[in-house]
Design a protein around this ligand. Structure first.
Ligand SMILES: [Zn+2]
Ligand SMILES: [Zn+2]
Length: 350
């Protein structure tokens, strides 16, 4: 199969991803093999390829917003209704329609948990002590085929084509989790600091909840997109929203933005940081935090977040703005994310 993989983290300008011809992987028990239909490109992929997240393997295929079709099941016990023999049995087109296994599924950043640690026992998948991360600790979806754990794939709503569904799987789910972590209530005033792939999906959810949305972002085209998506107010990263915010979500990997968001909050307000990597948190005056304001990080996602968000996305007919890249253009796709050159989300279609 064709895959875009890298060995040594490097700046994206050096084109670290190489197109390789690798064997189609074999699913182990409790795994499925997916034919990749589309894979979203996330800023975290950039942090992995450029080395802000330390490498865990000699070579890895990035990509953790995979929409794929199940073509092989590693163990018949995954789906008894199919009565498949064990081994490399490719599902025929006739087998799937009557199956309770959703044929078209999504895979996200959280590729698995140990199921045994304190956090797993509490149902907090996102905080597991020994998690698996798709496209980081195991190979991801910048490829024609990918392996996923059978209990960590999510049905994709039928109304969504793979190309538009892919960005929902990290940008969408984690944006949704950020709204939960921030404690957003219907009708509140919400600030979005940064307006990339995740924010442009979160705004649709906020509108469904009748919230007023205040967007602060550096990119001119991102500001235009925010206006077109119904933001109440849009400003540059230097402008302060004209009202005190109930909650704010920051999307930029910058601690300065976190402090800008904090200084826009009413008493009791919450900033949720939607970033896996932050440059630093600058020193700030305690009076910004005083009044029971809170700063919270958003770590990963739970399977419940994924299921709830995908259902909501189908209900509100969420349709991401997407730009298509081929597998050969994987470096270009990451470079575009790095420079904020595209509106909405980048998606690789192998
Ligand atoms: Zn991601
Ligand atoms: Zn665990």
């Amino acid at each position: 199969m064709k895959a875009a993989a890298f060995t040594t983290p490097q700046p994206i300008a050096n084109r670290p991803l190489k197109i390789e011809d690798l064997p189609i992987p074999t699913p182990a028990p409790n795994q499925v093999l997916l034919r990749v239909l589309a894979c979203g490109v996330c800023r975290t992929d950039l942090h992995i390829v450029e080395g802000e997240l330390p490498p865990l393997h000699d070579r890895i295929i990035p990509g953790h917003q995979i929409v794929g079709e199940i073509v092989e099941i590693g163990d018949a016990r995954v789906e008894p209704a199919l009565s498949l023999p064990k081994g490399r049995t490719l599902l025929s087109d006739r087998a799937a329609p009557n199956s309770v296994v959703p044929r078209r599924v999504g895979v996200s950043w959280l590729g698995g948990t140990d199921g045994t640690c304190l956090y797993c026992q509490r149902g907090e998948d996102n905080l597991c002590d020994s998690p698996t991360f798709t496209g980081y600790s195991v190979n991801g979806g910048y490829a024609e085929y990918a392996i996923a754990r059978a209990d960590f794939v999510f049905p994709i709503p039928g109304a969504l084509d793979p190309f538009h569904a892919a960005p929902l799987l990290c940008a969408g789910i984690i944006g949704f989790r950020s709204l939960r972590v921030a404690g957003v209530q219907p009708g509140e005033r919400i600030g979005l600091f940064g307006f990339g792939a995740s924010a442009h999906l979160a705004i649709a959810v906020l509108q469904a909840w009748n919230c007023e949305v205040y967007v602060s972002t550096r990119g001119g085209s991102h500001r235009k997109l925010a206006v077109s998506l119904g933001a109440t107010w849009v400003g540059t990263e230097k402008d302060k929203p004209p009202v005190e915010l109930d909650r704010a979500i920051t999307f930029a990997p910058s601690g300065d933005v976190v402090i800008a968001a904090l200084s826009s909050l009413r008493k009791g307000g919450v900033v949720a940081i939607n970033a896996i990597h932050l440059d630093r948190i600058p020193e700030f005056e305690y009076k910004l935090l005083w009044g029971e304001r809170q700063i919270r990080s958003v770590a990963n996602m739970t399977r419940a977040d994924a299921r709830d968000f995908l259902q909501l996305a189908a209900e509100i007919k969420l349709r991401p703005k997407v730009t298509r890249f081929s597998l050969d253009q994987a470096n270009e796709a990451l470079a575009a994310v790095k420079s904020d050159a595209i509106d909405g989300a980048a998606v690789i279609v192998p």
